[in-house]
Write a protein that binds this ligand. Structure first.
Ligand code: 5AD
Ligand code: SF4
Length: 443
């Protein structure tokens, strides 16, 4: 039996899909690289904005056509859209025989075994658990060079625009002991870079259901693992990032000088209606402290334009703070109404034309900032952890590799000889800046 996994959305979903992939292989099922070869489709969905949600329906429509010719083929729909739509997927699409939420993921391998035995069965795994549902580790002999480690699930913040607390439930931290064990195991099996993942990692260990060590302490323990080259984490909330974590950037050699710190808006009025619990000055103060702890830190962010009630002046405040901070890069989105969230009832809504215009201006500004920030890297010596061959290859008789510098910037390196450099750390001089990446030459 072959399976094919589609993954939409954030790194949490990517990491959930990776786990599922390993768990299904442990059951004896085979991953396939072409959709036409699949007997089982698994779709890990995202509902953070309307667009990714629409993609699921067009995909299901396409798969429906496909399964009409191959009636034994079935699909499981998981992740954030599944958590919301639930059993209605089972009713609406005959070939969907499994729906699972984020806490239900751990039970998917068992459910698939049952579905393969009983062709008439349909099943749903949608309940939330009180505690972090620990997943059985399936550990290939050699760990990937870069790995994600989940440290928590869910979120308690209820920002007015955000669907995550409804789709991923309340914040549940995984035990620090389990996290450290997993990280140590990964490093022992060859992993060189770990990214700690959670919806709001800075409030790790501070759950309503109980307490664990604070996030800064977890960072220190993971960073101390001998053999770990690079440590990253995402995502942070500005209201929860504390002094100890800021200091850690200056003190822990393994902690990469990069922080993704979602700002969302530069207007205090909008930040307050979003329920973000910080204002633009608070954010600027954090940036100042981060830069004094780690002057070379690369800062990236998320921004929303056209939140209900956002005036031209509010938007200009966002433009101003983006310039002031000088983000290395940012993701920006048009506000999109999500069912059941507080902002869905907020007025006035901003028309799509205005949102499009604001987004274009913001993205133009970011392109200029990114270009300047990248140009500032030329001439520097950096350590680049190679992730694989570049999509675009250079002159004949050379091979182009793509990796990242400690700040997370993409760096392309041409080498004259054919040897697999994946996972190697190359010492390079940055020689050119492009629109979104850099080129380096091995020293
Ligand atoms: N509309 C637009 N963008 C949103 N995001 C989250 N919810 C919405 C929404 N309803 C953005 C935020 C968040 C990122 C993952 O997606 O910027 O940080
Ligand atoms: Fe999308 Fe958020 Fe769910 Fe991630 S947690 S898949 S971004 S809705």
């Amino acid at each position: 039996m072959n399976y094919y996994i589609f993954t939409f959305g954030c790194q949490m979903n990517v990491s959930d899909s990776l786990w599922l992939d390993q768990a299904l292989q442990a059951l004896g099922l085979k991953p396939c690289s072409r959709e036409e070869e699949a007997d089982i489709f698994l779709i890990n969905t995202c509902s953070v904005r309307e667009k990714p949600e629409q993609k699921i329906y067009s995909l299901l429509g396409r798969l429906y056509e496909y399964t009409r010719e191959k009636p034994h083929v079935f699909a499981g729909v998981g992740g954030c859209v599944a958590q919301q739509v639930g059993r209605r997927f089972l009713e609406r699409f005959s070939f969907v025989r499994l729906v699972f939420g984020t806490d239900g993921l751990v039970m998917v391998p068992e459910a698939i075994k049952r579905l393969l035995k009983d062709r008439h069965l349909k099943t749903s795994l949608l309940d939330f658990q009180d505690h972090y549902p620990e997943r059985k580790g399936y550990q290939p002999e050699k760990a990937p060079v870069q790995a994600f480690v989940n440290i928590m699930q869910g979120c308690d913040n209820f920002c007015a625009y955000c669907i995550v607390p409804y789709t991923r439930g309340r914040q549940k931290s995984r035990s620090s002991r389990e996290i450290l064990q997993e990280c140590a195991g990964l490093v022992a099996r060859g992993c060189r870079e770990i990214t700690l993942l959670g919806q709001n990692v800075n409030s790790f260990g501070q759950d309503k259901e109980g307490r664990d060590i604070p996030f800064s302490e977890l960072l220190r323990s993971v960073a101390a693992l001998p053999g770990l080259e690079r440590l990253r984490f995402t995502t942070s909330h500005p209201k929860d990032i504390d002094e100890e974590v800021i200091q850690a950037f200056g003190e822990l050699p393994a902690l990469c000088p990069h922080l993704h710190l979602p700002l969302q808006s530069g207007s205090d009025q909008v930040l307050s209606s979003m329920g973000r619990k910080y204002n633009s000055d608070d954010y600027l103060r954090i940036v100042e402290k981060l830069r004094s702890s780690c002057p070379d830190i690369s800062l990236t962010t998320d921004l929303i334009v056209g939140f209900p009630g956002e005036t031209d002046a509010d938007f200009e405040d966002t433009m101003d703070i983006v310039k002031k901070v000088g983000f290395d890069s940012s993701f920006s989105f048009k506000y999109s109404d999500r069912p059941g969230v507080r902002a869905a009832d907020m007025q006035p809504k901003i028309d799509d034309e205005t949102k499009t215009e604001r987004l274009a201006r913001l993205q133009q500004l970011q392109s200029e900032l990114t270009r300047d920030r990248l140009a500032g890297r030329v001439g520097r010596q950096e350590l680049v952890l190679v992730e694989g061959r570049s999509k675009k290859q250079g002159p004949p008789d050379t091979v182009s590799w793509t990796g990242r510098d400690p700040g997370g910037r993409l760096v392309h390196v041409h080498l004259p000889v054919e040897r697999d450099c994946t996972g190697e750390v190359l010492r390079v001089t940055i020689v050119r800046a492009h629109k979104h990446s850099l080129s380096g030459e091995v020293i």
